[in-house]
Design a protein around this ligand. Structure first.
Ligand code: 2AM
Length: 491
């Protein structure tokens, strides 16, 4: 007779993230069955990292399924795309209605929505979960963002909340919402991560090229910033990177090619913003800043041809940290204000998408999930959580009293820093687009009246009047265009 099933969960995909999640679950007392397409990796794992643990292995999918307690919980940590569909198709004939399939990879949220619906039609419970925190997070406490079929949540809650990071004792993991909501929130997290990284890089550029600070001095500035409202994982690692010396004692950061790559989640966030009509300008600028950086050889040629100011730190300054103390403080405030804009935009996108798909995303819960464990973890997210806790229906982070006051406090420094960068020829797409968004959002009368008139002039697209919104008018601007509005417009 076959042995009684003992495994709480099976995890397929023994790359580093999968292995570390299994080890983390094992540490928390769960029995995990490991499996991988290349089955030899199961044996290797059991003989090495998993040696001496309660982790068990499987030699086939059928073997794996036979070892699982019911309802069966199978988690996939494989390459996003067809590998996920491939495993789902192989699993379906082996499992039973009520069993749970969890995808913990970096899947497109639209795929997760499709899979959730397809599997629900067959009686299976699908979960698409965001996992953030890199290899270390997976091993010792990631931020987990599960969404999908809500019936699955009571069956996975204990495992997920046990292994996740904790912030002030609370797990950085909660149910996000239906369908692809988990992977959607993870995608927005990654978009915001692009923005945070770009903002810190722009601050570094200014500190280096306008203030003339050395790497060690910038590292000490980041060290200071990390003791206040900017305290975050990304500031912390930037501090460490800037002081890191290679074996030849030269700062490694100075040897690294200034051409950034990307895996695509920032681009997905940008596309979603465009699809939803939400101005996530900072994230999109951060994606394009990476793209522009990749034109290294063209930039080197252009640097010799195209005229403009070249930043020249003041000469003869013996202690630039002291000499530029005012500007350094202003850069910190500009970074903070821009960061507030970036998160305000990210939460706008989540709010709109939540409404579009009926997901009822819990914004305070998401802030808590991002508060610890993940790449954008920061003290700042605690403040965002407070804002949504005091008003769950907050329409925009900028109108929350705390953030409104913080932007007001930092505002003049922010403007000063943008001017300083522009006059010195320092590109600051994130700092300056954040400011443009802020000024646009707080402007009660934008020049879109002229735009609308132009559209009506050349395309008869009609316009509304200030004193009668809702009624569409067309004017024959030239006297020979006719009075019929565009056929594309349906009143
Ligand atoms: P492998 O070890 O057999 O290559 C990360 O690449 C993980 O995804 C690995 O566990 C890898 O399995 C798995 N993977 C990648 N592409 C796959 C595919 N097309 N089908 C199944 N598993 C795949």
């Amino acid at each position: 007779m076959a042995a009684a099933p003992t495994a709480d969960l099976a995890l397929i995909g023994l790359a580093v993230m999968g292995k570390n999640l299994i080890l983390n679950m094992n540490d928390h007392g769960f029995t995990v069955c490991a499996y991988n397409r290349t089955v030899s990796k199961v044996e290797e794992f059991l003989a090495n990292e998993a040696k001496g643990t309660n982790i068990i292995g499987a030699t086939s999918l059928a073997d794996m399924v036979s070892k699982l307690k019911r309802p069966r919980r199978v988690m996939l940590l494989v390459k996003a795309g067809s590998a996920v569909d491939g495993f789902i198709n192989q699993l379906v004939p082996l499992i039973e209605p009520g069993d749970i399939i969890i995808d913990g990879g970096n899947s497109d949220f639209n795929d997760s929505t499709r899979r959730c619906k397809e599997l629900a039609a067959k009686g299976f419970l699908y979960v698409g979960t965001g996992v953030s925190g890199g290899e270390d997070g997976a091993r010792y406490g990631p931020s987990l963002m599960p969404g999908g079929n809500p019936e699955a949540w009571p069956h996975i809650k204990d495992i997920f909340q046990s292994i996740s990071a904790k912030s002030d004792g609370e797990p950085c993991c909660d149910w996000v919402g239906a369908e692809g909501a988990g992977h959607f929130v993870k995608m927005v997290h990654n978009g915001i991560e692009y923005g945070d990284m770009q903002l810190i890089s722009e601050a570094y550029h200014l500190l280096k090229s306008v203030c003339g600070l050395s790497n060690d001095e910038i590292s000490s500035v980041f060290e200071q910033w990390n003791n206040g409202e900017l305290e975050s994982f990304l500031i912390e690692i930037s501090r460490d990177i800037l002081k890191f010396r290679d074996t030849d004692n030269v700062h490694l950061v100075d040897k690294i090619l200034d051409s950034a790559s990307q895996k695509g989640t920032g681009k997905w966030t940008g596309k979603t913003g465009l699809d939803m009509g939400i101005p996530i300008t900072l994230i999109v600028e951060a994606v394009f800043a990476r793209t522009l950086s990749s034109f290294k050889s063209e930039r080197v040629t252009a640097s010799k041809l195209l005229k403009g100011p070249s930043p020249q730190p003041e000469s003869g300054v013996s202690n630039p940290l002291e000499h530029h103390a005012g500007l350094i403080k202003a850069i910190k405030e500009a970074l903070y204000a821009s960061k507030i804009i970036s998160y305000a935009q990210g939460f706008m996108l989540m709010r709109a998408t939540s409404q579009e798909y009926g997901w009822t995303l819990n914004m305070g819960g998401i802030s808590l999930m991002w508060r610890g464990g993940c790449i954008i973890r920061s003290v700042f997210l605690g403040k965002i959580k407070q804002a949504f806790d005091s008003n769950p229906d907050l329409s925009n982070l900028l109108v929350d009293d705390f953030f409104n006051a913080e932007v007001a406090r930092c505002q003049m420094s922010w403007r000063e820093v943008c001017c300083k960068g522009i006059t010195n020829g320092i590109p600051m797409p994130a700092f300056s687009s954040a400011l443009a968004f802020y000024d646009g959002y707080r402007c009660d009368k934008l020049p879109a009246n002229l735009l609308q008139a132009q559209r009506d002039y050349f395309g008869a697209h009609t316009y509304e009047l200030l004193d009668s919104p809702g009624t569409h008018h067309h004017t024959n601007w030239t006297g020979h265009g006719g009075t019929t509005s565009a056929s594309t417009y349906n009143v």
